[in-house]
Design a protein around this ligand. Structure first.
Ligand SMILES: Cc1ncc(COP(=O)(O)O)c(C=O)c1O
Length: 383
């Protein structure tokens, strides 16, 4: 037996990786599970994006290793995108680092800044990768709670009361997954002030700002933000390109070079045609986002009906491609509800506890399924 490294002791296999295996098994038994769990867009990218990939990959001179900092064409496209949609200036040469999805960026940031025993603030509930990346890097997670009482924003009074002396970075994500809470300029200002006061690197993860959200916001739009904040973004959700693995890290040139010191030892850049197709995606106009959102809006209406059918409570002011909903008091915790729905009605929705203990009494429904599928799920549950 070869023992695994100690760092693996702190993390388990990703919940969805295990659950999807179980769903596969159930499907093999003929159950035909409707999966409303995972947030993987089921719609394709824009046809011009696919065409660019096809045309570029047919060329003979695009197959070599690429620049570790990404193609200048992609970096310029990201810079223009940030200017056009977030009104933020980022220098394409120095302040942008294309990533193989934002998930890898989360790991790279933790590996770049955390020493053994350093602390990181993570949202509870929040994207599980923040926690696991901190732990894999040897860091210690300090949860900050997001609940209805504090409007799903960090409670800065509570944070000021804890010992922050070992805290080196803070993970933040608005629109927040899973709560659907939107960003506000005020909360970003407070975060930047908090980071500066305590010398904590504010790491904002922004992959949902174009989904069911009228006003995309970047934390880098706050004056002086680059002194203390980094921002991750992604084409996975905004451009229906989750499988393509294209994301970006934006921030001060010095920070970008620090993260690059780690990343350039991990991979050797992205396939050039993927980068060129991503640049095309970033140049799409408002019609693209409107069309995608029109579909999600209709699905969201159906998802409200599904949540009503299982007596959950929810806010209609949510952004992102999920709905976050509180279970009825009939159930002691959300696993009891999601297991009942899975094993009795063949519909999978996500129990909120996988995003942290504050999600115990919540479920999350994904809008990455057609209206027909959501309708069928409602019928199965009602019958
Ligand atoms: C909050 C959040 N950040 C990052 C990611 C990962 O995105 P990417 O596909 O860009 O790695 C996800 C994916 O579900 C997410 O929910």
């Amino acid at each position: 037996m070869i023992a695994t490294a100690k760092r693996l002791e702190s993390v388990n296999e990703y919940y969805f990786s295990k659950k999807l295996r179980e769903i596969d098994e159930l499907n093999k038994q003929g159950k035909n599970i409707i999966n409303l769990g995972i947030g993987s867009p089921d719609m394709p990218p824009h046809p011009d994006v696919i065409k660019t990939l096809q045309e570029e990959s047919a060329k003979l001179n695009v197959h070599a290793y690429q620049n570790y900092k990404g193609s200048p064409i992609l970096r310029n496209a990201f810079a223009n995108w940030y200017k056009q949609w977030y009104n933020v200036d980022v220098n394409a040469d120095t302040e942008i680092l294309p990533l193989i999805g934002s998930k890898e960026g989360i790991m790279h940031i933790c590996m770049t800044y955390l020493n053994e025993g350093d602390e990181a603030l993570v949202p509870n509930p929040g994207y599980p990768t923040y926690r696991s990346a901190v732990q894999l890097a040897g860091g210690v997670c300090i949860d900050y709670e997001l609940n209805a009482n504090n409007n799903f924003y960090p409670d800065f009074n509570a944070l000021e009361k804890i010992d922050l002396s070992k805290v080196k970075l803070m993970w933040v994500n608005y629109p927040e997954m899973p709560t659907g809470k939107r960003a506000s300029k005020e909360i970003f200002e407070q975060l930047i002030a908090f980071g500066k006061k305590h010398n904590i690197l504010i790491c904002h993860d922004d992959p949902y700002s174009f989904i069911l959200n009228e006003n995309p916001l970047s934390i880098l739009s706050i004056d002086g933000a680059k002194d203390i904040a980094l921002e991750l973004n992604s084409l996975s959700k905004s451009h229906n390109m989750a499988g393509w693995r294209v994301g970006v890290l934006c921030g001060a040139g010095e920070r970008i070079n620090e993260v690059l010191r780690f990343k350039s030892n991990m991979d050797s850049g992205m396939f050039l045609p993927v980068q060129l197709a991503a640049a095309k995606a970033l140049s799409l106009d408002k019609n693209w986002y409107d069309d995608v959102n029109a579909v999600y809006k209709k699905r969201r209406e159906k998802a409200y009906q599904l949540l009503d059918a299982v007596k959950c409570n929810y806010s209609k002011e949510q952004s992102g491609m999920f709905l976050w909903a509180k279970i009825s008091d009939e159930y002691e915790n959300a696993y009891l509800l999601t297991d009942e729905i899975l094993y009795e009605h063949n519909v999978f929705i996500t129990p909120g506890a996988i995003f942290g203990s504050c999600g115990d009494k919540y479920v999350r429904i994904s809008l990455c399924a057609t209206e027909e599928k959501i309708d069928e799920a409602i019928q199965r549950i009602k019958n």
